[in-house]
Design a protein around this ligand. Sequence first.
Ligand SMILES: Cc1cc2nc3c(=O)[nH]c(=O)nc-3n(C[C@H](O)[C@H](O)[C@H](O)COP(=O)(O)OP(=O)(O)OC[C@H]3O[C@@H](n4cnc5c(N)ncnc54)[C@H](O)[C@@H]3O)c2cc1C
Length: 420
Amino acid sequence: MKICVLGAGVIGLTTAWCLAEAGHDVVIIDRHASTGKDASAANGAQLSYAFVAPLASPATLKKLPALLLSPDAPMRIRAGLDPALISWGIRFLLACRPGAVRETVAAQLALAALSRRELTRLTQSLGLSFGLRTAGKLVIYRSAREFKTAFRSVVATGKQHDQQVLTAAECLALEPALQLDAGQLAGGIFTASEQVGDCAAFCAALTIRLRQRSNVEWLLDTPIIGPIRSGGRLVAIDTGKGQVQADHFVLCMGATSGAFARACGFYLPIYPLKGYSITLTPPAGARILRHSVTDMARKLVFAPLARDGRPAVRIAGIADLERNDMTLDGQRVDILRRAAAELLGIDAAGDIAPWCGLRPTTPDSRPIIGWSPLDGLFINSGHGMLGWTLACGSARLTADMIERKRSTSETSAFALRRAA
Ligand SMILES: Cc1cc2nc3c(=O)[nH]c(=O)nc-3n(C[C@H](O)[C@H](O)[C@H](O)COP(=O)(O)OP(=O)(O)OC[C@H]3O[C@@H](n4cnc5c(N)ncnc54)[C@H](O)[C@@H]3O)c2cc1C
C-alpha cells in the first residue's frame, strides 16, 4: 500500500519507520526543510515510562485557581474566548474524575512499556545514537502532603517499576548536583530504570535510516494545505507543491492536527500546550547532574544531556494555553533561569538556547491512535507531555492497526470516540 505520513516530528518519523519496515511505500510530508523541528526539537528529554499521570486530575483541579493566578505559575491561560479551548476545557474538566484518571494511567503505562521495548529494538537494530542513557529519575517533593500521596502510590505500584522512597537527605546524597537544603524538601521517589535521550538527535538519526530506504519518499519544505475528499473518503492531500495521492494517510501534525481534522469535517480534541526549555553547559568545576530530576512543586524537569561533547543540562516545563502562539516569552524563560540558579547553583546568564514548543494535548492526556471518521485517514497524534516517551509504541500500534493486527480491546483506550 502507499501510505502518506503527514508531519515529520518524532511521531511522524517513528510511524513512517514502522510502516516502511512492514513493506509499505511511504511518503513523508512536512513544511520544514528538515525533520524534528517543532515540539520534538528541544523537549525535556525524559523517557518517562513510570510517570505517566495525566495533567487532568482531581489534584490539578484543586490547584487550578492558584496555578492560573500567580504570574510565575507553571500554567497560564491567554487564549481569550477561543471556542476550541472552551470545548477542550469542558472535556478536560470531565477527564479530572478519578475513574477517568485511573483509566488513563493504565492505558499510558501499557503504551509506555510497549514504547520502551520498541525504542530499544530500533536503537539496537539501527545503531541509533542519541544520548540514550538509563540515568534514573528522581522526583522531589516540597509539600509533605504531595509526598505522602506519592508514597502511597509507590507502595501500590512500586514493585512493578523498581521505585524507592527517599528522605530529603537521601535525595541530596543521591544527587549531589542539587543545591538545596534538606529542610526545603519533604522527600523523593527514585526510579532507577527511567531513561533520558535527546529527541532531536533521535529524529536526525532515524531520518538518516529512513533516507536509506528505497520505499520512502520525502516531501520536505512542503506545506500541507488541506484534504481532498471524494465519496466520503480522503483520496489526496493538497500541498504547496501539488497534490499527493495515497491509499491511506496518517495524521501526525502535532499541534495543528486539530485544524487539519476540522478541514476534514470532524472534531479532534487536540489543543496546543506551550512549553519552554533551556539547555546549559555547567561551568568548569560545577557538579554534573547525574540523574534526571523532576521538581513537582515547580513542575519542571532537569535532564543530564551532552552538548558539543560536553555535559549539559536541559531544564523544561511550563504549560501555557495560548492558541498557536510561538512567541518566546522572556518572562517564562526567566522561570527556567531562576530554577537553574536555585536547584543547581548555575548562573544561567550565558548561552542557554531558550526554546518553546507546542505540545499537542488531548483533554485526558492520552494520545489519539485509530481510524478517523473520514475513510482513509488514520490518526496518531495528541501525545501532549509524553510524545517522546510514547512515540515508538504509538508508531507500532499505528502500523499494526493499519495492517489489522490488533484487536479492539488492545486499542480502544486510544480511540477518538473516548475523547471527542
Ligand atoms: C517544553 C516541552 C518539554 C517536553 N518534554 C518532554 C519529555 O521530557 N518527555 C516526553 O516524552 N515528551 C516531552 N514533550 C512532549 C513531546 O515533545 C511532544 O509530545 C512530541 O514532540 C510531539 O511530537 P509530534 O510529532 O506529534 O509533533 P511535532 O514534533 O510538533 O511535529 C509535527 C510536525 O508536523 C508538521 N506540520 C504541522 N502542520 C503542518 C502543515 N500545515 N504542513 C506541513 N507540515 C506540518 C510540523 O512541521 C512538525 O514537523 C515536551 C514538549 C515540550 C514543548
